[in-house]
Design a protein. Structure first.
Ligand SMILES: Cc1cc2nc3c(=O)[nH]c(=O)nc-3n(C[C@H](O)[C@H](O)[C@H](O)COP(=O)(O)OP(=O)(O)OC[C@H]3O[C@@H](n4cnc5c(N)ncnc54)[C@H](O)[C@@H]3O)c2cc1C
Length: 499
C-alpha cells in the first residue's frame, strides 16, 4: 500500500521523524498546542541494543514484561512471589492508558466496560471482586460495579451521526435487525468470556468471515452492513469481511449490548486506566519499572536472562529470574525471542490513533457519551464526550481512528505530521455539533498506537498456541483472545497460573 492511498483514506500528510519513544509539544498556527505520544522507534532500539554491554545484573523471581491489563493482572495474581513489572512506556496501561491533563487522568485508549453476566469466567470475576471493582447482584445474576459515580446514564449513552443527521444508535431498529438478533439467539450461553472457554462445537464459526456468515443466512442490505462493519471496526479493528463469524456472533451474544435489563456501563474519566489504578494499588512502587524496554530474552541453564534497556538512564541491565511472563505485543518477539515468534506470527494488529481535545470556556449542550460517526472516512470512529470528561469546567473530547493492519508504520510515522489529522478531526466534530469549536481548543494530545489491537480474523481464536515453555509464559489480548478488557485480564491470570 503506498502513502498516496493512505492519505486518500485519512486525508493525512506525513513527515518521517527520528528518535526514541517521544512525546513532543509544538505550537500550532492556531492558538492550541499539540502533544504527540508515540514509540515508533522501539523496534529500532530493540534491534540495536546488542551493541551495548550490560551495566548491572538484578535478581528477581518473576519478571513480567508489559504493564497493560494483562501484565498487571499477572503481577496481581503473583503477590506471594517476588515480581517485577517492566514497561517500555513512562506510564502504565498500554492500550488502556491515560493522559494527565492538569492533575486529572483522561482515557487515552480503552474507555469502558459493562457489568459482567454470571456466566463470565470465575478467575477474572474473582480478581475484580478482590480489587473491589464489582459485587454480585443476585437478582440479576450478574456482577455490578461498586462505584456508581462512574456509570453512564442510559438516557445519555449514544448518538450516531449519519447522512447529516443524528440517530439514536448505529444499528437502528428494523425487521432486519430483529431477524439478525433472532438468527444469533441460539448462540446465547455458548459465547462466553474469556474467549478461551468457548466450546469446540462453536469453533467451526472461526473458519469463515462474519460477512460470509451473514450473507448466507440473511437478506442483508448495504445500510445494515455499514452499521455492522462500524461496530466490528469499533471493537475488533476489522470489518465484517475481515473478522471471523465467531468473533462477530460473540459481539452480539456474549456482552449484554442488546439484552434487558440494560447492563451498567462503567466509563470513568480515566477510562479503563481505572482498572490499572486498582491493580497498581496492590503492588509496591519498587515492583514497577517504567521506561524499561525489554530487548532480549535468553533461556539459561537455570531460569531466564532478560535484557532491559532503561530509556531514561541510557543503559542496559540484565534481570536473572526463574520465570518470565511476556505480556507485551507479540510482533516484537521477532527481535526479543525469535523461537517464540512463530506461535504468534499469524496475529494481525489494527493501528489506532487516539486524540484528546481539551476545550476551554465552551459548554457543549449535547451530553451524549459515545458519539458514533458514519461517513465516507471509515477510519474515523467518532468521539467520546461526557460529563465525566470534564475538568474544572473544561471538557475533553476523545476521538478515535482505526486503520487496517497494513498501515501500522504509517500511523507511527505521523509523529511529525499530526497537524493535518487533528484539523480533520476538529472538522468532523464541528460538523457533528454544527458549530466551530476551534476557538475553544486549548491543547490537543495525539497518541499513536501502531500495534494496538489483535484483529480476530478467521482461525485466530481457534489456533492452538504454545503459551508456556520452560518457564516463559505468554499473556495479553493478542494470545488468541478477543481485544477486550476481560479477555486481557484473564490471559494475565492464566499466564501466572502456568508458571
Ligand atoms: C483505542 C482502543 C480502545 C479500546 N477500547 C476498549 C474498551 O472500551 N473496552 C474494552 O474492553 N477493550 C477496549 N480495547 C481493548 C483493550 O484495550 C485491550 O484488549 C487491553 O487493554 C489489552 O491489554 P494487554 O495487556 O493485552 O495489551 P496492551 O495494552 O497492548 O499492553 C502491552 C504493554 O506491553 C508493553 N510492552 C510491549 N513490548 C514491550 C517490551 N519489549 N518491553 C517492555 N514493555 C513492552 C507496552 O508498552 C504495553 O504497555 C481498546 C483498545 C484500543 C486500542
Amino acid at each position: 500500500m503506498n502513502r498516496r492511498a493512505f492519505i486518500k483514506i485519512g486525508t493525512l500528510v506525513f513527515a518521517v521523524g527520528v528518535g526514541c519513544r517521544s512525546e513532543k509539544s509544538r505550537e500550532h498556527s492556531s492558538s492550541y498546542a499539540i502533544t504527540i505520544d508515540s514509540n515508533r522507534s522501539i523496534g529500532h532500539l530493540a534491534r540495536n541494543s546488542f551493541l551495548h554491554s550490560v551495566s548491572e545484573e538484578i535478581k528477581t523471581d518473576v519478571l513480567v514484561v508489559g504493564a497493560g491489563i494483562a501484565g498487571m493482572a499477572a503481577a496481581c495474581s503473583l503477590q506471594h512471589r517476588e515480581v517485577i513489572v517492566c514497561d517500555l512506556n513512562p506510564r502504565l496501561g498500554g492500550t488502556s492508558g491515560a493522559v494527565t491533563i492538569g492533575n486529572q487522568q483522561f482515557s487515552q485508549g480503552a474507555y469502558y466496560d459493562m457489568s459482567y453476566p454470571g456466566y463470565y469466567g470465575s478467575d477474572g470475576l474473582k480478581l475484580l471482586e478482590s480489587l473491589k471493582v464489582i459485587t454480585y447482584n443476585k437478582t440479576l445474576d450478574r456482577w455490578d460495579f461498586i462505584e456508581k459515580q462512574h456509570l453512564i446514564s442510559l438516557t445519555a449513552e449514544e448518538r450516531c451521526y449519519r447522512n447529516g443527521g443524528l440517530d439514536a444508535s448505529v444499528l437502528m431498529d428494523s425487521e432486519l435487525k430483529q431477524n439478525f438478533l433472532d438468527l444469533l439467539r441460539p448462540y446465547s450461553g455458548k459465547m462466553v468470556l474469556p474467549s478461551s472457554e468457548i466450546g469446540l462445537d462453536s469453533i467451526r464459526l472461526d473458519h469463515l468471515t462474519f460477512s460470509e456468515y451473514l450473507n448466507k443466512y440473511l437478506p442483508v442490505n448495504s445500510d445494515f452492513m455499514e452499521a455492522i462493519d462500524y461496530q466490528m471496526m469499533d471493537d475488533y479493528g476489522g470489518k465484517s469481511d475481515q473478522v471471523s463469524a465467531l468473533a462477530g456472533i460473540h459481539y452480539y451474544r456474549c456482552r449484554p449490548y442488546y439484552q434487558k435489563p440494560e447492563p451498567e456501563i462503567l466509563s470513568p474519566t480515566e477510562g479503563n486506566y481505572y482498572f490499572i489504578n486498582k491493580m497498581v494499588n496492590q503492588l509496591s512502587l519498587e515492583q514497577i519499572k517504567l521506561d524499561s524496554l525489554v530487548v532480549g530474552m535468553e533461556k539459561l541453564k537455570q531460569g531466564w536472562g532478560v535484557d532491559v534497556w532503561e530509556v531514561a538512564n541510557d543503559r542496559k541491565v540484565r534481570y536473572k529470574c526463574n520465570n518470565v511472563i511476556y505480556a507485551g505485543q507479540k510482533h516484537l518477539l521477532k527481535y526479543l525471542h525469535p523461537e517464540s515468534y512463530k506461535t504468534f506470527s499469524d496475529v494481525k494488529y489494527a493501528p489506532w490513533i487516539v486524540i484528546n481535545i481539551e476545550l476551554q470556556g465552551e459548554s457543549i449542550d449535547n451530553d451524549f457519551w459515545q458519539n458514533d460517526y458514519l461517513s465516507t472516512n471509515a477510519q474515523f470512529l467518532g468521539f467520546v464526550n461526557s460529563r465525566a470528561q470534564t475538568k474544572e469546567g473544561n471538557r475533553v473530547l476523545t476521538a478515535y481512528y482505526c486503520y487496517p493492519d497494513i498501515y501500522h508504520h504509517m500511523v507511527q510515522d505521523l509523529e511529525n505530521g499530526a497537524r493535518e489529522i487533528v484539523e480533520q478531526t476538529i472538522g468532523f466534530i464541528n460538523t457533528y455539533f454544527k458549530k466551530d469549536l476551534e476557538p475553544f481548543i486549548k491543547h490537543v494530545y495525539v497518541k499513536l498506537l501502531g500495534h494496538a489491537m489483535p484483529v480476530p480474523v478467521p482461525r485466530y481464536l481457534s489456533k492452538k498456541r504454545q503459551l508456556e515453555q520452560n518457564g516463559l509464559s505468554f499473556a495479553g489480548a493478542d494470545t488468541g483472545r478477543l481485544p477486550l478488557m476481560f479477555d486481557a485480564l484473564d490471559s494475565g491470570i492464566q499466564a501466572a497460573k502456568r508458571i
